[in-house]
Ligand binder design. Structure first.
Ligand code: GDP
Length: 613
């Protein structure tokens, strides 16, 4: 037999797919993981489910047992040796399980609470999954909370569902439909998994209960079905090493260790490894490969099993020297006999330098700092979607020198003189320095919280600008005098609004050309302090708003008020006092949105009146 054929028949050479769980807080991710891990076979652990570092391994035997109730619906041939499910639910592990911008997660479960529908982190998860092109299924969890749901523990969804009353079924259908519509609004077609005829185009929904275990067999069954379909044969065999650091942890007796998901290949004790560090690449030798002892009950904290070698896919703890500055989310490369270590160091740092592409080349934007490569990448993707420019990026704790980078924005653009920090420690001195300099630091461990805080801050700044520049935000208007009511202070004139809108606060003027010198003479009558239509006070009057006249009161604190009848009279057209500065103020983001197209057209028309270029 050929080598290839030999390889094909040798199932020990197959690797297992990796699965992550994502979703909004409290949708039941942890509970669902617990339920999947739990055995429904009486008397102990089912077929060698093993607890690893940061992950649980399910051999195919265990999955077969757990999906027995599915046999009545579909026969299944299991091709993969098992399934590795990442234990830490949420974005953290998903974002760090990455390599060159794509995901090492072969399949993800997005958990949605059937009672709550899509929530903010659901939408954030959807964006992550889409950005990383990770295949996923939706677990529509907490079906047991449908009113009057009758439970059959660990049953298949279809069987349990068929035994519910019509009203329970109806409530389920209603909620399902709503959620499908909400998903469609996010650009995602979805279908109940057993009605899904086009898995490539429609995402499959599996109704589950993490409490009763109903739908859990369906979920496992579908996970295998999909990964086997989606993962090419090639991918299912052990090949080149692919590994990612999920966490960096200090462990008593081992110093700083890294928790690694080995998604492909074999790692051996003594291997020379290269990884990305906070202050540059790290090269070291694997001192120990560790996994927890098999039985959860007997586990003592500091006790680990040592391995000479480990095979993908699995979660393993690596002890080695010089890991203090290792960065979660970094790839881990093994230096082979023909490899150039320096080259590998460059390769591994590419993960960080590659992210510099997201940085604005003109040095304009916010400063971003994150705890891991994965979260930094996710945050940058997010900011790109939100069209928020980034000036500088960083990893790890925030120090004074990081804040100093942000201060360059203080003069250029105050609204970007901020640091958006994702789950990092902020040094005391740095915090104090930021305070003194007026740099805002936002720190959160949920992207949208960070974004919300930043948006609120931007809105506040804008509001402040609006207040500060209000007197320069002069909207254009053209008025015709109908009647002078009071010539002295305060001047009161009955006017008709010919163009634009007159508002309280608008300075009003007349413009005359000196017939001899051809000099433009702008006479400011005063600022509008009240407007009345038929004795009713209003804040503003738009062209065409009333056929009655408007009584406009003007106050002018300056003594140089033009004299009615001498400097100005009924024949003068009155204007709001516009200038280069007032036009530029209206263009500012603080006001731009309140200026209409008609306003711009009128401004253009009025420029020659005031000789504005
Ligand atoms: P996570 O934040 O997504 O990990 O959510 P948890 O697993 O911690 O669950 C949040 C809460 O919802 C807990 O009180 C769980 O007991 C409860 N819960 C989770 N799944 C279900 C379910 O299927 N049915 C019901 N009734 N409660 C659930």
């Amino acid at each position: 037999a050929s080598k290839a054929a030999e390889k094909e028949s040798d199932t020990s050479n197959l690797r297992s797919p990796i699965c992550c769980i994502l979703g909004h807080v409290d949708t039941g991710k942890t509970k669902l993981l617990d339920k999947i891990r739990q055995t429904n076979v009486q008397g102990g652990e089912a077929g060698g489910i093993t607890q690893q570092i940061g992950a649980t391994y399910f051999p195919v035997e265990a999955i077969k047992k757990k999906t027995e109730v599915m046999q009545v619906y579909e026969k299944r041939i299991f091709e993969v040796p098992g399934l590795l499910i990442i234990d830490t639910p949420g974005h953290e592990s998903f974002t760090n399980l990455r390599s060159r911008g794509s995901s090492l997660c072969n399949i993800a479960i997005l958990v949605i609470d059937i009672m709550h529908g899509l929530e903010q982190q659901t939408i954030e998860s959807l964006r992550l999954l889409r950005d990383r092109k990770a295949p996923f299924i939706v677990a529509l969890n907490k079906i047991d909370r449908l009113y009057d749901w009758q439970t059959i523990p660990n049953n298949s969804f279809r069987d349990s569902f068929s035994k519910q009353t019509r009203s329970v079924q109806q409530e389920f259908e209603d909620r399902l439909t709503k959620i499908k519509v909400a998903l469609a609004e996010q650009g995602l077609n979805s279908e109940l998994y057993f009605q899904n005829r086009n898995m490539a185009k429609y995402v499959s929904i599996v109704p589950t209960s993490a409490v009763t275990g109903e739908g859990v067999p369906d979920l496992l069954w579908l996970l295998l079905e999909l990964t086997q379909k989606r993962m090419s044969k090639q991918l299912m065999y052990l090949s080149e090493i692919s590994a990612t650091i999920l966490e960096v942890k200090v462990v008593e007796g081992f110093g700083t260790t890294i928790d690694v998901i080995l998604s492909n290949g074999i790692l051996r004790e003594g291997d020379r490894i290269v990884l990305c560090g906070l202050n540059g690449p790290i090269a070291t030798n694997i001192r120990a490969l560790l996994t927890p002892p098999p039985s959860r009950e007997l586990r003592i904290k500091s006790e680990y099993i040592h391995h000479k070698e480990v095979k993908a896919a699995l979660g393993v703890k690596i002890a080695a020297n010089d890991l203090e500055k290792a960065v979660a989310g970094s790839r881990l490369l093994v230096v082979g006999p023909d490899d150039d270590e320096e080259e590998l160091k460059d390769t591994v740092m590419d993960d960080l330098t590659g992210l510099l592409d997201s940085v604005d080349s003109s040095g304009h934007g916010v400063t971003v700092q994150a705890s891991t490569l994965g979260s930094l990448e996710a945050l940058l993707d997010f900011l790109k979607d939100m069209k928020i420019p980034v000036m500088s990026i960083g990893l790890g704790p925030v120090y004074k020198r990081d804040v100093m980078k942000a201060t360059t924005m203080l003069e250029k653009d105050k609204e970007y003189a901020v640091m958006l920090c994702f789950d990092v420690k902020i040094d005391k001195e740095a915090e104090q320095y930021a305070d003194e300099q007026g740099i805002k630091i936002f720190n959160a461990d949920v992207i949208y919280h960070l974004f919300d805080a930043f948006s609120a801050y931007q809105a506040k700044l804008l509001e402040q600008r609006r207040k500060d520049f209000l007197e320069y935000a002069i909207f254009p208007c053209v008025l015709k005098t109908l009647q002078i009511i009071n010539k002295r202070q305060p001047m009161i004139i009955g006017v008709d609004v010919i163009e634009g809108t007159v508002r309280i606060g608008t300075p009003i003027c007349a413009v005359r050309l000196d017939p001899e010198t051809k000099q433009r003479n702008i006479m400011v009558l005063g600022k509008v302090t009240s407007l009345e239509i038929n004795h009713k006070a209003v804040d503003s009057v738009k062209k065409g708003q009333t056929s009655a006249g408007v009584a406009m009161r003007l106050d002018n604190p300056s003594a140089a008020q033009p004299v009615w009848g001498r400097h100005v009279d009924e024949s003068d057209t009155l204007y709001s006092l516009i200038s280069r500065k007032s036009i530029d103020t209206l263009k500012d983001p603080a006001f731009r949105d309140t200026v209409t197209r008609e306003d711009w057209l009128l401004l253009r028309k009025l420029k020659p009146v005031f000789d504005i270029k």
